[in-house]
Design a protein around this ligand. Sequence first.
Ligand code: DGY
Length: 319
Amino acid sequence: MRVLVTRRWPEEVERALQDRFEVVLNHADRALSLAELAQAMGEVDVICPTVSDRIDAEVIGGGDRVKLIANYGVGFDHIDLAAAKAKGIAVSNTPGVLTDATADIAMTLLLMAARRAGQAERELRAGHWRGWRPTHLIGSSLKDKVLGLVGMGRIAVATARRARHGFGMRIAYYARRQCDPAIAEELGAEFHPELRGLLGASDFVSLHVPGGAETANLIDAAALAAMKPGSYLINTARGGIVDHDALADALRTGHLAGAGLDVYPHEPHVPEALLSLENAVLLPHLGSANIETRIAMGMKALANIEAFAQAQPLPDRIA
Ligand code: DGY
């Protein structure tokens, strides 16, 4: 079976893949164009894209050989599932293994935004630090503050656990349905059936819903206006969930005290309006970026390809 890996993976996973299959690697690690991805559809049996590859209907229509899209990542809003299904192509992802790493980045952003760490480091490196003083770069504490989670899946729960048990935050969430009562009890989590209700009750809001049409601009100007004055927005989910122009306005006017973002609508482009704002902490999509997680993601993709090769049910089939 011929497998295309669109970007470099950790070496041990590439090797494990090569031990079992004929693998086409992207040694230069450059983003493949839509035309190259479309062409690959006719040249390999399995394609392993990442969040940075748009696998739309046109790409999927590029050839008839691919029978499995084994995504390296949990989010799949970059893949047109309907188009894949229409061509009988199976799709898998890598859930579970990046939960902790992503929750760690959510907490990193939350702390950096609350304690103004990005702004402080920029000041120091620029040689502008004038020494310790009681009013210098004062931030906000986390203890007893309300962390409002939008979505209550695995990553949200892992983030809430860190915030509750590690930092003494109070937990609230908005989701389509209430979470497991044992988890709600462990976290003392308060359920909000309406998004606006959660936004108005939270000191920090952290986004944990999937990307895609259903959640596009969920956090728009009106939602931002519904957030508490002086609160913070954290996004480790998908960039398209937030209207970034409206967010920049809310940060500029001071309605929001800060934001911590790991994801953007058209990566690697970062909305210009955010780049000059001191109260925006901006990371380059690092949610899953630790070596243990990146290996585990590759091994999960491999397990799906192996199951496919043996005509077994895919462990992580999404379409
Ligand atoms: C995912 O897996 O969806 C992340 O965004 C990339 O690690």
